[in-house]
Every structure is written in structure tokens, then in C-alpha cells.
Ligand binder design. Structure first.
Ligand code: TRP
Length: 470
């Protein structure tokens, strides 16, 4: 897309300017793609284990609140800005500041997002690789009747072997590149149209199985019975941080996906749907996992190992464990894949705007770069497990490359750029544009959204951000 296409006045122009650019074929296609991005390792791996660590119900309640007052408003703002600009996050911000006569520093927001989602991809793919390898382990009955030590050594064996990790990371990244390279419609939309329904189906099968055990009620109670005495400050902060990660907001993904959104799709309604789907999947994942954990007398607060160590023990003990175990890890792979696709998209969209890059070339170049950079994460679990490259900076002390990337993106960049996004949309964008894009008109809904973006969201995020830093 050329600079010329984006110049000139009139709000509706951006839509004309990108005529010829691909668009999602329907509102549903966008909902599936954005939910595909949102539903990922965060929902099926991280949400259950942080809920387990933080004692269940009360944490879940705080998390729901964070989604409502922080996650949803930022999601709305991000999709809105993305659609209005119609280009990559960087191009969109360049165009927007020019048009609205704002400081050029705001373009940094686009850069921050694009680089963060790319960095996340480099390590997400390695964890996605764990999930791929676990499909094989489950299908090969490796968990059947295994003791806790044996399961531990499967996980430990995987992590300590850089070649194996690298191979699974490569398989995962190759799948991502193959999908993104084929473009919006014949690549991403097609893949997502198959993968998302499959994900919902597998999830329902897993929940159905959990419901047939005697411990389903214990799972429900764990997730929904709120005991506030178990709630720490730490828990509140991690709920808020997770709200960002799980909705993929603040890092250009929803900018990029929003740039392909047809003009007539109502943004607020659509964003609400995406948040509900994402939250629903996280809760259902909890309902699938905890009953199995309790039925087998295992510990819900096992931390990151919950689904890679605790859950395989349950699969190893239960009837049909090979079948359900394989399904569960396939579900995890699908969730991770549709998220990883979305992490590559902002950078690809940006590179495609440069001269000499079509989608195929842009995807291959960036996919290869992310693949090579992923080696840093691969080695963080073995050869470089004690290599702390940024130890001279206090917050990065004792952190491996993987720890640094994770902390930098999820705890620092995402809240920071989310905060800026809320401030930008709440204070700096013209009311006229916001109203037009959201199609809300005057009314309570519009007023409360602006109030939230102006005050509630920034205040909540600022607290987390400062806490994370110090
Ligand atoms: N939301 C995804 C999850 O819950 C992760 C994710 C997808 C993401 N795209 C992102 C996180 C972009 C940060 C940035 O697993």
C-alpha cells in the first residue's frame, strides 16, 4: 500500500484507500480468527495453573473483572484503531497521527506492538512444540500406568534435549509459516475455519468426559466458590496481566486483524463476543482439567507443570486415557497454532508494505528469523539454563533468555502499550472518529466506554505496570 493511498481528508477514506486489500469474508470469520488468536496456551495451559496456584474461585472472579474493565475496552479500542487505519500497526499509527495532527511519538506504539508480538512468537513456538511432542507421547501410551517420577522424566527428558526441542519448535513454526504465507483468505481464514470448530468439539468432549467422573462437582466448586482469604496482591496482579495476554491485546495483533475488518461490522458487539468466547474456553478448560486432577488425588496448585506433568498422570490412570490424552494435547496444539498465526501477522503486514516484499516472501523471511531466534528459548531449558544475559539489570537477574522474553513482553510491554492505547483512544482520538467507528452515537454505552478508557483502564494498568517494574 502506498503513502498516497492513505493521505487526504475524510474519515471514511481509509476504507476506500485499502480497496483491493483482502478483507475477512464475514463477521463470523473475524470472530473465529480473533478468538483463535485469543484462545491459546494462555487459556488451556496458563489459566488453569495460575487459578490452581491462587486457590480458585476468588481469583477467577478478579480475573473476570479484569477482562471486563481492562481487557474488553482495550480490545475495542485496538480493533477500532486498526480498522480505521487499515494498514499494519506501524502504518496505521503513522497515518493516524498525521491525520489527527498528533505527536509522531505515538507511532512508537505501532513499533512496540509489532516487535512484541514477534518476540512472543519466538518463544511461543517452542512451547507449542512441547504440545506437539505430547500428542505423540499420549498416543504412544507413554503415560499409561506411569508413576509420577516416570512422567517427570518424560517432561525433563524433553526439556533437557535441545535437539528434540528444536525439532518440535521447527515443526510448529513451519506450520505457522505455511498458513500465513498463503494469505488472509486461502491461508488463515481457511485454516481457522477448520481448526476453531475442531477446537470447540475437542473441548466439549473433554468437558463431557470430566462431567462423567465423580469429581466434576469438586472441579466446579474449585473454579467458582470464592474464598477471598486466599486472594493475595500477587494474585490480583497476575489476573490483570493474564487479561492482556489471553486477549492478545496491546501488541498489534488486534490492530492487524482489525485492519481487515469490513466497515459494516459492529465493533463493540463483536469484541464482547470474542471476550466471552475466550473466557468461556478458559473456564471450560478448567472444568475439563480440575475434575481429572481431583479424581486422581493430584495437586491443583502444581504450577506450570499442571498440564505437562500432573494431567498426564491422570491420563495414565484413567480408563480411555490414551484416547482422551491424545485429544487433549491435540486441542492444545490447535489452540497454540491459531494464536501463533496471529503473532506473525502484524510483522508480515508491515513487511508487505515495503517495496519488494509480497506476502510469501515477507512470511518466509520473518518466519525464518523467528525460528532462528527461537533457539535462544530452546537452549534456555538446557545448555543455557544458567546463562543470564541481562543479569546486570535488576528485574532480569537470574532470568534465562526465555524468562527475559516472557517477562519483557507479558509483564512490561503488553501493559505499557495497553496503557498507551487506552490513553490514546480515550484522550487523543477525536470523538467524531470514535463515534463513527463504533457506531454508538451518544448514550450511556458510549459514555461509559470513554470513561473506562480514560480513567479505569489506565489506573488499573498503571498499578500493575509499576508493581512489575519494582
Ligand atoms: N492470547 C493467546 C493465549 O492466550 C496468546 C497470544 C496470541 C498472544 N497472540 C498474542 C499474546 C499476541 C501476546 C501477543 O495464549
Amino acid at each position: 500500500m502506498s503513502e498516497v493511498a492513505h493521505s487526504g481528508g475524510g474519515v471514511s477514506e481509509s476504507a476506500d484507500a485499502r480497496a483491493g486489500n483482502p478483507m475477512w469474508s464475514s463477521r463470523l470469520a473475524f470472530i473465529l480468527a480473533a478468538s483463535g488468536s485469543a484462545v491459546g496456551l494462555g487459556n488451556i495451559w496458563k489459566f488453569p495453573y495460575i487459578t490452581g496456584e491462587n486457590g480458585g474461585g476468588a481469583f477467577v472472579l478478579v480475573y473476570l473483572l479484569c477482562i471486563a474493565i481492562v481487557g474488553l475496552p482495550i480490545l475495542i479500542a485496538e480493533v477500532m484503531i486498526g480498522r480505521w487505519g487499515g494498514g499494519s500497526p506501524i502504518r496505521t499509527m503513522q497515518w493516524l497521527v498525521k491525520k489527527e495532527g498528533l505527536s509522531r511519538h505515538w507511532v512508537g506504539l505501532g513499533w512496540l506492538g509489532v516487535s512484541a508480538s514477534f518476540l512472543i512468537l519466538t518463544f511461543y513456538s517452542v512451547i507449542g512444540g512441547w504440545a506437539v511432542s505430547y500428542v505423540g507421547e499420549a498416543a504412544n501410551s507413554s503415560f499409561a500406568g506411569a508413576s509420577s517420577d516416570e512422567i517427570g522424566s518424560i517432561f525433563g527428558g524433553l526439556l533437557s534435549n535441545p535437539w528434540q526441542l528444536f525439532m518440535w519448535h521447527s515443526v510448529f513454526m513451519l506450520a505457522v509459516v505455511m498458513i500465513v504465507a498463503r494469505g488472509l483468505k486461502s491461508g488463515m481464514e481457511k485454516a481457522i475455519n477448520i481448526l476453531m470448530p475442531l477446537l470447540f468439539l475437542l473441548l466439549l468432549v473433554m468437558v463431557g468426559y470430566a462431567a462423567s467422573t465423580d469429581h466434576f462437582y469438586a472441579g466446579i466448586e474449585f473454579l467458582f466458590a470464592a474464598d477471598f482469604s486466599k486472594l493475595s496482591t500477587e494474585a490480583v496482579l497476575s489476573a490483570l496481566g493474564h487479561a492482556f495476554f489471553t486477549l492478545s491485546i496491546g501488541v498489534g495483533v488486534m490492530f492487524a486483524y482489525g485492519s481487515f475488518l469490513p466497515k459494516d461490522v459492529p465493533i463493540v458487539k463483536t469484541a464482547v463476543t470474542i471476550s466471552v468466547v475466550d473466557t468461556g474456553v478458559a473456564l471450560l478448560a478448567g472444568l475439563a482439567i480440575f475434575p481429572l486432577v481431583f479424581a486422581n488425588g493430584l495437586e491443583p496448585g502444581a504450577g506450570p507443570g499442571l498440564i505437562f506433568q500432573t494431567l498426564p498422570l491422570a491420563f495414565g490412570k484413567m480408563a480411555g486415557g490414551v484416547f482422551f490424552g491424545t485429544l487433549f494435547f491435540a486441542l492444545l496444539v490447535i489452540a497454540a497454532l491459531t494464536s501463533a498465526i496471529s503473532m506473525l501477522e502484524p510483522t508480515v503486514e508491515w513487511l508487505e508494505e515495503r517495496q519488494g516484499f509480497n506476502r510469501m516472501k515477507a512470511t518466509i523471511v520473518l518466519g525464518a528469523l523467528a525460528w532462528i531466534m527461537g533457539i535462544g528459548t530452546v537452549l534456555s531449558f538446557n545448555e543455557w539454563a544458567e546463562f543470564y544475559p541481562l543479569a546486570f539489570i535488576p528485574v532480569f537477574e537470574g532470568k534465562t533468555i526465555f524468562d527475559i522474553l516472557d517477562y519483557l513482553t507479558a509483564n512490561l510491554i503488553m501493559p505499557l502499550s495497553g496503557l498507551c492505547l487506552a490513553v490514546f483512544a480515550g484522550w487523543f482520538m477525536s470523538r467524531k472518529v470514535v463515534k463513527e467507528q463504533l457506531g454508538l452515537g451518544d448514550g450511556v454505552l458510549y459514555d461509559s466506554l470513554i470513561f473506562t478508557l480514560r480513567f479505569l483502564t489506565p489506573a488499573a494498568v498503571a498499578i500493575v505496570f509499576i508493581y512489575n517494574l519494582f
